[in-house]
Design a protein around this ligand. Structure first.
Ligand code: COA
Ligand code: MG
Length: 310
């Protein structure tokens, strides 16, 4: 039995305001798997032209393949700025990926993907090179639309092929709902926000893409970040968004498989390699079948990522 190659997951993605040269310089020196150069909520609208120019310049000046991947968060579909953002930052080099915020329907992803395809064609870049990450729960409509994603994206292969993950956001959803907070007195997410988080996780799994946990905005709260990381890893998220360089080491560690997990994954892969054509095998007295192989391959891909940001 063989399984498709599992892409190396992105463990840590660090937001960096698009208009801050200082933070961009600092961010490039971190171990984040990807930077998300932001043109949206962390940039004052008056600074958007300067931020676009800055991000375009950064993309131009960094050789592809060295250091963190360079992603750009553009403004959402409703803003009317999305295309201009893409056009401006990608004037010379397209980013490794684009973060699409405030998505309210899967058709918006398909539309953005079509635009990216047109840009790649114009720039002479191989179609499909630029990846997408969707912030899927920032509007109430977006959260309600998640169950439609699998069917819509199944019918739009070119868009689905670009998609590397879904992430969820609580801040904009809170604002849209008029919610006063997202946690109860004991610190647990309230039901509405658990629903957003879990629906994002399930939809990502249904699509076969990464579920990436949202930001821990209280960046000085190390213990709180650790708690979020433990529950994210346990539940099946494979990465987390960051807003501060000091969050990166903990995030990378949480999503890097332990030595025991690696060893087990190697044994699972070896057991199937030793029995070509078998759908099921036994390992140390336990039955292993396809899901175990897929999980093992995912762990080994994560090890690769940890080694060399491939
Ligand atoms: N990327 C790169 N560098 C960062 C950074 C980031 N996201 N956040 C902080 N730094 C730098 C600061 O510039 C500072 O360096 P300096 O002293 O040499 O100037 C150093 O790290 C320590 O920063 P600190 O003083 O702890 O935080 P701050 O008060 O300067 O910044 C935030 C706090 C929240 C404003 C900042 O972390 C930030 O801009 N985060 C990203 C926000 C964002 O993009 N949000 C959108 C997604 S939710
Ligand atoms: Mg936001």
């Amino acid at each position: 039995m063989s399984a498709e190659r599992q892409p190396a997951p992105l463990r840590s993605l660090l937001f960096v305001p698009g208009d801050s040269a200082r933070k961009q310089e600092k961010a490039l020196a971190t171990d984040a798997d990807a930077l998300i150069l932001d043109l949206e909520d962390s940039v004052d609208p008056a600074n958007l032209p300067a931020a676009r120019a800055r991000v375009g310049e950064l993309l131009r000046s960094q050789a592809a393949g060295s250091g963190p991947q360079l992603w750009v968060r553009v403004n959402g579909p409703e803003s009317g700025l999305l295309r201009e953002d893409l056009e401006a930052v990608g004037a010379e080099r397209l980013p490794d990926g684009i973060v699409l915020p405030k998505i309210s329907a899967p058709g918006e992803i398909v539309e953005a993907a079509a635009y990216v395809t047109a840009l790649e064609t114009r720039r002479g870049v191989t179609a499909g090179t630029t990846r997408l990450l969707v912030v899927a729960t920032e509007t109430p409509q977006g959260l309600l639309a998640l169950p439609q994603y699998p069917a819509v994206l199944h019918a739009a292969r070119h868009a689905a092929a670009r998609l590397v993950g879904l992430t969820w956001g609580a801040e904009d959803l809170s604002a849209a709902l008029g919610a006063l907070g997202k946690r109860d007195g004991g610190g647990a997410l309230t039901f509405t926000f658990q629903l957003a988080r879990t629906t994002c996780l399930l939809t990502a799994a249904a699509l076969g893409v990464q579920a990436i946990d949202g930001v821990h905005t209280d960046f000085r709260d190390v213990a709180g970040l650790q708690r979020e990381l433990e529950s994210a890893r346990r539940d099946g998220f494979s990465g987390k968004l960051a807003i501060h360089p000091e969050q990166i080491a903990a995030i990378n560690a949480a999503f890097t498989p332990t030595e025991a997990e690696r060893e087990h994954a190697r044994r699972v892969v070896a057991a199937f390699a030793a029995a070509p054509g078998a759908g099921v095998a036994s390992l140390e007295g336990e039955m292993i079948d396809r899901p175990h192989l897929v999980q093992a391959q995912r762990i080994l891909a994560a090890v690769q990522r940890a080694k060399g940001r491939t």
